[in-house]
Design a protein around this ligand. Structure first.
Ligand SMILES: [Zn+2]
Length: 182
């Protein structure tokens, strides 16, 4: 039953005071008492929180990720600019304004119509997939909000009970002190 106590303090010294906080969003290590992520591109609140976007990203399939990127691209003014240039060039070539290029789609531009109809079908599909993703995200966030609200409510109830106990004890102590002074 010989036990060496001398090794114990060394083990304690070797252990760090607290493990670094790992950011759930970017995975970066932070100081144990940090509140927000030190990564300037991230800056998320640290702690036992689940992040809706990160959680959904894990479940996202390739066509959903592609739809989000396509819809983000469509939402930019470049999309309109590219189409404007495309229609101008198409019209100029096929009406004979640009003489050096051969005409390939005489007015009323049947080929252009088919291409645009195809583009519309794909864009509609991507927008719908992206909207489904967005509503999934909203539902998940509402669920998390509700969960946090319930937890906060329970914590406040717990605090109220504790506070009432403390007040009752203080009252009892005051009453005892008053009786002793009388
Ligand atoms: Zn981070």
């Amino acid at each position: 039953m010989v036990h060496s106590d001398s090794a114990e303090p060394n083990v304690r010294e070797a252990q760090p005071a607290a493990p670094p906080l790992i950011c759930p969003a970017c995975g970066g290590a932070n100081a144990p008492d940090a509140v927000f992520c030190a990564n300037p591109a991230c800056r998320k609140a640290l702690g036992g929180f689940a992040y809706v976007r990160e959680e959904l990203k894990k479940e996202t399939r390739w066509h959903e990720a592609l739809a989000d990127r396509v819809v983000a691209g469509i939402g930019k003014p470049h999309f309109l600019g590219v189409h404007l240039l495309w229609f101008l060039a198409w019209t100029a070539i096929n009406t004979g304004v640009l003489v050096m290029a051969p005409r390939f789609d005489a007015p009323p531009f049947a080929l252009l119509g088919i291409l645009l109809a195809m583009e519309t079908i794909f864009i509609t599909g991507f927008v719908l997939i992206s909207q489904n993703q967005q509503s999934k995200y909203d539902a998940k966030r509402a669920e998390l909000d509700y969960e946090v609200n319930v937890q906060t409510f329970r914590k406040i109830e717990e605090l109220e009970t504790t506070l009432q106990l403390v007040l009752a004890r203080l009252d009892a102590r005051d009453a005892a002190g008053g009786n002793a002074q009388d």
